[in-house]
Ligand binder design. Structure first.
Ligand SMILES: NC(=O)c1ccc[n+]([C@@H]2O[C@H](COP(=O)([O-])OP(=O)(O)OC[C@H]3O[C@@H](n4cnc5c(N)ncnc54)[C@H](O)[C@@H]3O)[C@@H](O)[C@H]2O)c1
Ligand SMILES: O=C(O)C[C@H](O)C(=O)O
Length: 345
C-alpha cells in the first residue's frame, strides 16, 4: 500500500467507494481472491495493521487471530466499507480456521522491548511463540507467504525455517523477515537531512534487524545528495537505533507499533502484488540468501507469483558500508545459529 493510496482512501467519501478500485486498475470483481491472516492481531502492531490491511483492496478475506481480544478488533474493523470480509479468531482451537486457505500470514505475535533491553532479550518468550505458530502454518496453510515481524527477527526467521523443514514444507521463497521499518526510517531520516522530498527517496537497508546488523546503504540513496561523511555516519547510527529511540520515548509502554503497522502493510501489499503477477515489485527483506556467506541476510528482493523471485545483490558499497558489512557478520551469524539451535533442541 502506498502513501498516495492511503491519502486517496482518506479523501474519498463512502459514496465514491465503488470507483476507487477501478481507478487504481483493480476492479474488485477482477482482483484475485486473497486471504490474509494476522497472528497477534489484537496487539499494539496487530490492531493498526488489521486496519491497514482492511483498507487494502487486494485482500478479499482478513483473518484476525490472537490468544484473546480478536472478536472485538474484528467486529470493529469489519464495519469499514471496503472489499474484504473480516473474521476474528481467539485461542488455539481457532487457529486452524484462521489459517486455512491463507495466501499471506503476517506474524506480529510476541512481547515487545522495554527500555534497557535488546531485541535478543525477547528471545526466551518469542522464540517459542514463533515456533508454535509456524508449526500451525506448516499444518494448515503450508503454501502461504509468511511475513515474520516478531523479534528478534535475526533468530525468529531461522526458527521458522527449521520448523518448516521438519514439517517437510519449507520453501525458502515463501519465508520473509519484515525489515521494511528500517527502510521507512532510513528514507525519513535521509530526506530530513538531505532536505529532499521524502516521496522521491529510496534507501536499501541490508543485513539484519538489530543494532549494527541494520546496514542502510546511503551511498545508493535516491535522490542523491552530497552529505558529509559525518552526516552519513550519524544517519546510519540513527537508523540502527531507530527502534531504541521509540522504546525509550514510550518509556516502558512498548516499542514501535504505528510505524511498524505501516511498514508491515507496505510489505504485505508487495507480497500480494507479487502473487498477483504485478511486475518489478522489489522490497528489502531478511530471507534465505547467498548474497554473503551467511545463510540469511536482508537485501533487496524481487517478489513474484511464488514469493521470492530473485534475491538481488548488494551493488557497489562505500568503504564505510564495506566496514559495516564486515562488522555486522559475527552478531548476525550468532543470532541465526541461536535460532536454528533452539528450533532443533
Ligand atoms: N520487525 C520489526 O521491525 C518490528 C517492529 C516493531 C515491533 N516488532 C516486534 O513485534 C512484536 C509485537 O510487538 P507489539 O508491540 O505488537 O506487542 P504487543 O504486546 O502489543 O502485541 C503482541 C500480541 O501478540 C499476542 N500473542 C502473544 N502470544 C501469542 C500467540 N501464541 N499467538 C497469537 N498471538 C499471541 C498478544 O496477545 C498480543 O496481542 C514484538 O516482538 C516486537 O519486538 C518488530
Ligand atoms: O526496537 C524494537 O524492539 C522494535 C522493532 O524491532 C523496531 O525496530 O522498532
Amino acid at each position: 500500500m502506498t502513501t498516495s493510496m492511503l491519502a486517496y482512501l482518506a479523501r474519498r467519501t463512502p459514496s465514491t467507494g465503488a470507483s476507487y478500485l477501478t481507478r487504481r486498475g483493480f476492479a474488485s470483481d477482477s482482483a484475485p481472491v486473497r486471504k490474509v491472516a494476522i497472528l497477534g492481531a489484537a496487539g499494539g502492531i496487530g490492531q493498526p495493521l488489521s486496519l491497514l490491511m482492511k483498507l487494502n483492496p487486494l485482500v478479499s478475506r482478513l483473518a484476525l487471530y490472537d490468544i484473546s481480544g480478536t472478536p472485538g478488533v474484528a467486529a470493529d474493523v469489519s464495519h469499514i466499507n471496503t472489499r474484504s470480509e473480516v473474521l476474528g479468531f481467539a485461542g488455539e482451537e481457532q487457529l486452524e480456521k484462521a489459517l486455512k486457505g491463507a495466501d499471506v500470514v503476517i506474524i506480529p505475535a510476541g512481547v515487545p522491548r522495554k527500555p534497557g533491553m535488546t531485541r535478543d532479550d525477547l528471545f526466551n518468550i518469542n522464540a517459542g511463540i514463533v515456533k508454535s505458530l509456524c508449526g500451525a502454518v506448516a499444518k494448515y496453510c503450508p503454501h502461504a507467504l509468511v511475513n515474520v515481524i516478531s523479534n528478534p527477527v535475526n533468530s525468529t526467521v531461522p526458527i521458522a525455517s527449521e520448523v518448516f523443514k521438519k514439517a517437510g514444507t519449507y520453501d525458502e521463497k515463501r519465508l520473509f523477515g519484515v525489515t521494511t521499518l528500517d527502510v521507512v526510517r532510513a528514507k525519513t531520516f535521509y530526506a530530513g537531512k538531505a532536505k529532499v522530498n521524502v516521496a522521491d527517496v529510496n534507501v536499501p537497508v541490508v543485513g539484519g534487524h538489530a543494532g549494527v546488523t541494520i546496514l542502510p546503504l546511503f551511498s545508493q540513496a535516491t535522490s542523491s545528495a552530497n552529505l558529509a561523511n559525518e552526516e552519513i555516519e550519524a544517519l546510519t547510527k540513527r537508523t540502527q537505533d531507530g527502534g531504541t529511540e521509540v522504546v525509550e520515548a514510550k518509556a516502558g509502554k512498548g516499542s514501535a507499533t504505528l510505524s511498524m503497522a505501516y511498514a508491515g502493510a507496505i510489505f504485505a501489499d508487495a507480497c500480494l502484488k507479487g502473487l498477483n503477477g504485478v511486475p518489478d515489485v522489489v522490497e528489502c527483506s531478511f530471507v534465505q540468501s547467498t548474497v554473503t556467506d551467511l545463510p540469511f541476510f536482508a537485501s533487496k528482493v524481487r517478489l513474484g507469483k511464488n514469493g521470492v523471485e530473485e534475491v538481488l545483490g548488494l551493488g557497489a558499497l562505500s568503504d564505510y558500508e564495506k566496514q559495516g558489512l564486515e562488522a555486522l557478520k559475527p552478531e548476525l551469524k550468532s543470532s541465526i545459529e541461536k535460532g536454528i539451535k533452539f528450533a532443533n533442541a
